[in-house]
Ligand binder design. Structure first.
Ligand SMILES: O=P(O)(O)OC[C@@]1(O)O[C@H](CO)[C@@H](O)[C@@H]1O
Length: 489
């Protein structure tokens, strides 16, 4: 038997000193990036230092528990036996999913429930996540997979295919946001007009100022996120949603990476263009998005706005078509708000009626491409959803709302915080024909890019938890390559 080789000791006194911050380099060659190997190290559930850990271990089971409670509530309200029996099976499937979460089971393929996205999900699982479980798969995929499994609990049923376990919560939070809702409706219900006697330059300035403030309203509208704010009081919601000028000036300094000026530079060149919103949350955030979109139409920047929502209940509060319809209908016909004046109610109704007209006239379009409810990041948008990429390439500006969209834009990985946004979003910035893209995101999870070097380290020391508090935000723009020819290999 040959002897064990001896340990070789080298004396390395003449080599360069050890360096730090290797992650500042782009660590994975772009061609080798894949869902299990993001461009920088992925966050995974077993990383105890990350929000992934708390989410996978505690938040997701809590959210699922509440979803079961909601379904039981619905069950108790039904009288038809077939429907009841069918719903009991949905609840049993949710309980199985709860066991899988608690036992950290392996990620199994999605069952064939006849939906168009099954192949997309199962291809990704087979290629990249075979044998992976909830905690060791990248957080982004594992979390998205949990919401697809939740959908599956209902999609295989007979009567409950489109049941939304979060619908009650979403409606409830909007109806508890009355102060901010009427603050906006009483300012924007009347058709937009410039002050009398104002010249062209004055009008441009007025547009810029309103754009500046509404961009922030739209940005901070994202801070009421139901999956985080499970026990909020009405007072807490008011504080978060305050849209008054002073509050906005205060919060502007919390925008750590702020491309607002570049954004206006781009938007002010657009006339009768097309703007797309990749939506995030229903209720108050969607309402803010619509106020913003309404202004873009009325001041002639856009003649068409497309809103991209989700096909099924997703990350608790994301917008579905039902949420979209619910918002517009409850503004016009609803009796949601008590203790408010007739005038306030009339302002809300008037604005809702105008929005419905936009929809009827095709100026506003609600779309729901299946790609938005997959585990793929937007680095794969062009390869996995070529039709969607082609469609978006015709937009003058695509606004991505919220934290989850930001995670998907940036591959949800441990990139150095000073990484420029257009590097962090990879192909969606660099592909030929990529549209201009802006991310309006209040920071609610680990990934942070596009901010000044040293800022993240300072906040880590001074304000632990700053990455999940929703107190800080970014407005980050990539100009893209609009007009470039879109090619598929
Ligand atoms: O996308 P949103 O609504 O702004 O935020 C979604 C969120 O609350 O849920 C995820 C964790 O579950 C995080 O990305 C983020 O904190």
């Amino acid at each position: 038997m040959s002897a064990q080789p001896k340990r070789t000791m080298l004396h390395l006194g003449n080599l360069p000193p050890k360096q730090k911050d290797f992650s500042l380099e782009f660590p994975v060659t772009p061609g080798r990036v894949n869902p299990n190997q993001p461009p920088w190290p992925a966050y995974r559930g077993y990383h105890e230092y990350s929000f992934a850990h708390a989410t996978m271990g505690v938040r997701l089971p809590t959210i699922l528990g509440k979803a079961i409670d909601d379904t039981v509530k619905t069950l108790n309200e039904r009288y038809n036996e077939d429907e009841i029996v069918d719903l009991v099976s949905c609840i049993e499937r949710m309980e199985d999913l709860m066991d899988d979460l608690h036992q950290n089971s392996k990620l199994r393929p999605i069952v064939d429930d006849g939906e168009g996205d099954v192949a997309l999900w199962n291809k990704e699982i087979a290629k990249y996540f075979r044998g992976k479980d909830f905690m060791n798969a990248p957080w982004l995929f594992a979390e998205a997979y949990k919401y697809r499994r939740l959908h599956e609990c209902f999609s295989v049923s007979k009567y409950w295919k489109n049941y939304d376990v979060f619908f009650r919560q979403k409606c409830d939070t909007f109806s508890r946001s009355s102060q901010a809702v009427f603050e906006l409706s009483t300012r924007f219900a009347d058709d937009f007009k410039y002050a009398t006697g104002i010249d062209e330059a004055g009008q441009a300035k007025a547009r810029q100022l309103i754009f500046h403030e509404l961009t922030q309203v739209c940005l901070w509208g994202n801070s009421t996120d139901l999956s985080l704010l499970i026990n909020m009081t009405e007072e807490d919601i008011k504080k978060l949603q305050s849209t008054g000028g002073d509050h906005l000036a205060d919060t502007e300094k919390n925008i750590l990476g702020n491309h607002m000026d570049r954004l206006w530079q781009l938007v002010s060149q657009i006339k009768d263009g097309r703007i797309d919103f990749v939506l995030d949350n229903a209720g108050f955030e969607l309402y803010c998005d619509c106020v913003y979109a309404d202004f873009l139409i009325q001041c002639g920047i856009a003649k068409e706005v497309r809103f991209h929502g989700k096909r099924f209940a997703w990350f608790v509060s994301d917008v579905t078509r039902n949420d979209w319809n619910w918002l517009l209908n409850s503004m016009v016909y609803g009796h949601l708000f008590t203790g408010v004046s007739d005038e306030e109610l009339a302002s809300l109704k008037k604005m809702g009626q105008r929005w419905k007209k936009y929809e009827k006239a095709g100026q506003w379009k609600y779309q729901e491409h299946p790609f938005w409810c997959t585990g793929y990041t937007f680095w794969d948008l062009k390869s996995e959803a070529p039709d969607l990429f082609l469609d978006l390439s015709e937009s003058d500006l695509v606004m991505f709302k919220g934290d989850l969209n930001h995670r998907k834009l940036t591959y949800d990985c441990h990139a150095p915080p000073s990484t420029p946004f257009d590097i962090a979003i990879g192909p969606l910035a660099s592909e030929s024909g990529a549209p201009p893209v802006v991310s309006l995101r209040t920071i609610k999870s680990d990934v942070v890019v596009g901010i000044k070097a040293g800022e993240a380290e300072r906040l880590d020391k001074e304000e632990p938890g700053w990455k999940i508090s929703g107190k800080y935000a970014v407005i980050l723009l990539s100009e893209g390559d609009k007009g470039g020819k879109v090619m598929f290999t």
